[in-house]
Design a protein around this ligand. Structure first.
Ligand SMILES: Cc1cc2nc3c(=O)[nH]c(=O)nc-3n(C[C@H](O)[C@H](O)[C@H](O)COP(=O)(O)OP(=O)(O)OC[C@H]3O[C@@H](n4cnc5c(N)ncnc54)[C@H](O)[C@@H]3O)c2cc1C
Length: 424
């Protein structure tokens, strides 16, 4: 049987794969997108039921398609985000095949291109774009043993409060997922402990503009590398309930007990780092720094935006911050579930090429890997802060399509002899 051939094979049919398809389509580059599940599957089945986009609909979208049924300043429900990408795939007539898993990609020996083994046969391509997501494999730190007597699950498996056994919940991690899930569980009447590590918490909105706008005009989405020391700092934002600033003191006032970073377990007792107040104060400094930068920008540009001095008021530290728990006996506290909102790792086991460093991390420059013909897309900080977000990946895809076009032009050059024949 003849092997199917294409110029560029895109692995993954989420926003990254589709953005790549749009730009390759515009450039006339033959390509195929393979998605093992459905379009934007991770928006459907890897996220909790009530999740809405963290950014407003005017911002968290591709430039080429608006949400026609979501208020531009509102936050699209996750199912709507998924259907948006389905609509988008139709709009650009993406050559996407769903239900096809890529199992192995290897470089051809002694000839250009790659052989791609899939669940539906073999394909050969000159180039491969890995668009399998910034968040591929849920990570649970090895702190609690399996037999700790509680249900343990990752935020990627959390759906709603009713899914969890009766009892209190320890939510570990205070990025956007951890704070939103803790809030939902507390509203559902659960006793919640929220374990807080380093984070940034920009204001939801300031002086009448959403933080997505401020980060844009301040050039912060375009930062090329993380600020020193901030490489692993998660960002706590929320579009839930119409969108609000993540405020740990407000979560405490709601009845959530804030605790420090979870750092150990012994004999039924989880222990916490003792720098909770400093961790939260650092998040406050990040919050205030955005207000300072916004005020300075508004003054320098003479923007007529309403002043908002009350945004600078930070309430007193609650008891759980001033006298933080050193540990928690899970049984005594009635904790039935530990929910790990502790992030994700990469998993490129299928990509068996020379594109990784000694730690298995992709080695690339703005997505162009050190293995010629292999490209990465959608990774955090691929080229800038916005790279793993909806709007940012579209711009990175345009750059990679351009790089692919450049390589195709070189390969199309046939040498001076062929030029002479043509002009004779
Ligand atoms: C809880 C949460 C909320 C978020 N909210 C926002 C938000 O509001 N706004 C925003 O801009 N960003 C948000 N993000 C960040 C980012 O937009 C999402 O993670 C988004 O899903 C990334 O899109 P992607 O296409 O890069 O990857 P993914 O959506 O992860 O898509 C990758 C696809 O590749 C497929 N795949 C993987 N391996 C293979 C294989 N071997 N063969 C074939 N197919 C394969 C997967 O099935 C998947 O569909 C959020 C992230 C999380 C975790």
């Amino acid at each position: 049987m003849a092997i199917e051939k294409t110029d560029t094979l895109i692995v993954g049919g989420g926003q990254a794969g589709l953005a790549m398809s749009e730009h390759l389509g515009r450039a006339g580059v033959p390509h195929i997108v393979l998605e093992r599940d459905r379009i934007a599957e991770r928006w459907r089945t890897w996220r909790w039921d009530s999740l809405v986009a963290n950014g407003p609909a005017w911002h968290d979208r591709f430039p080429t398609l608006e949400f026609d049924d979501v208020d531009p300043d509102g936050f699209a429900p996750k199912e709507r985000v998924a259907s948006y990408f389905e609509e988008y795939a139709k709009l650009i007539e993406a050559p996407i095949r769903c239900g096809v898993e890529v199992r192995r990609v290897t470089r051809n020996a002694g000839r250009p291109g790659f052989t791609i083994e899939t669940s539906a046969g073999v394909i050969e391509a000159e180039r491969v774009v890995a668009a399998t997501g910034p968040f591929q494999k849920p990570v649970i730190p090895a702190i609690l043993p399996e037999d700790a007597g509680v249900t343990q699950l990752h935020s990627a498996s959390y759906r709603n409060p009713g899914q969890l056994p009766e009892g209190a919940v320890l939510v570990v991690g205070a990025g956007s997922s951890g704070v939103q899930i803790a809030d939902e569980l507390a509203r559902a009447g659960r006793k919640v402990y929220l374990s807080v590590g380093p984070h940034d918490r920009p204001p939801r909105a300031y002086r009448g503009r959403d933080y997505c706008w401020w980060l844009g005009v301040l050039g912060l989405w375009d930062l090329a590398t993380p600020p020193a020391g901030a490489e692993h700092v998660t960002i706590s934002v929320s579009g839930a309930h119409g969108g609000h600033t993540v405020d740990f003191r407000a979560l405490a006032a709601q009845g959530i007990t804030l605790v420090g970073r979870t750092d150990g377990y012994e004999a039924g007792k989880v222990s916490f780092a003792q720098n909770l107040a400093e961790t939260i104060a650092r998040g406050d400094r990040n919050y205030l720094s955005v207000l300072d930068a916004a005020d300075e920008y508004a003054a320098r540009n003479g923007l007529d935006l309403p002043e908002e001095p009350q945004a600078r008021m930070i309430g007193p530290d609650p008891d759980c911050m001033t006298r933080p728990l050193a540990g928690l006996d899970l049984k005594e506290a009635g904790v039935s579930t530990v929910l790990w909102a502790t992030g994700f790792a990469l998993d490129y086991g299928w990509l068996q090429v020379n594109a990784f460093d000694a730690n298995g991390q992709p080695e690339h420059q703005r997505g162009v890997s050190k293995e010629p013909g292999v490209y990465f897309l959608g990774l955090p900080w691929l080229s800038r802060r916005g790279s793993s977000f909806i709007w940012g990946v579209w711009h990175d895809a345009r750059f990679i399509a351009d790089q692919i076009g450049i390589q195709r032009n070189y390969m199309a050059y046939e040498g001076p002899e062929a030029q002479a024949v043509k002009s004779a």
